[in-house]
Design a protein around this ligand. Sequence first.
Ligand SMILES: [Cu+2]
Length: 338
Amino acid sequence: MRDCSRLTTLVVLALTLSLAGCGGDGSQQEQEASAPAEAGETQQDTVEADAEEAAPETDSDPDASDERVIEVVVRDFAIDAPEEMGTGWYTMRLENLGQQTHFVIMYRLVEGKTIEDQRREVVPAFDELMAGIRSGEIEKADIGTFLGENIPEWGLQMTYVGGVGLLAPGRSAQTSFRVPEPGTYLMECYVKSPDGTFHTSMGMLTQVDVVDQGGEGAEPEADATIAITNDGIEAPDTLPSGSQTIRVDIEDRPETFMPYDVNLARLEEDSDLEDIVSWMDWSDVGGLRAPAPVEFLGGVEHMEAGNHGYMTVDLSPGRYLWISEINAAEMHQVFTVE
Ligand SMILES: [Cu+2]
């Protein structure tokens, strides 16, 4: 496959950046990540670079317009998404037609692996792990060891690119993120049903083949920015009401097998922050288990450090919460919409 070398470069680069604890902003990362293209590996890469500089207004190909959208619908329990999409900046519009809270995370599998491999070699191990935690046979401290012994190496080497965060039943949300490379990607929701079964095992896992589309697509313009670092979530104390596009910079990578995400929830008078924080941990028996303790409005799903995404949301006055699934006790921030 012609993209192997570039993929490897990117993965190594991401690892190097995260090991070095290097924050940096997304644009720096993108510049570095696109460096291999300058060597002229493929014709497509050259076209891509030229198109960014020239950007002719009278494009003969209407499909080359800048905005790339993928419509996704979730139900109890399925993810309806196109089987194929392109590279570059995408806006995922998600509609939750289910009775439970769902999200849609998107990640690239290691080269050569498909949804069948995931179903056969990865999904059952997580079901077994959760059953073990429920019965008390597996301690939370032993999760890393269990996964290491029961999942092949590739099964913990996904590249997370984003998706729409936790979204309450009946709601819609949209999140923009960059799909960097062609390859075999999966979309998944691993919220749990009331009986503790991962939605993944109930049908919420689907494959999307990403093809090289050329160009970068249109990146949204932000009204506000929040940053996710190992020290917490840096966010404005207040945001204006109305439609807001919020840029989310994922600057660090935690020492877990998944990078950070961020979700938005609307707090009510009776919302219990401690309950919400403990609900975010999938490895708790009651964690990520429906029903959710608060109304979630979407978010930016897990993505590797050095990248950024955007969520567009219509905010009414009230109190809100940014919260990550990873280390939620530290990684949350309350703010007000005026
Ligand atoms: Cu779900």
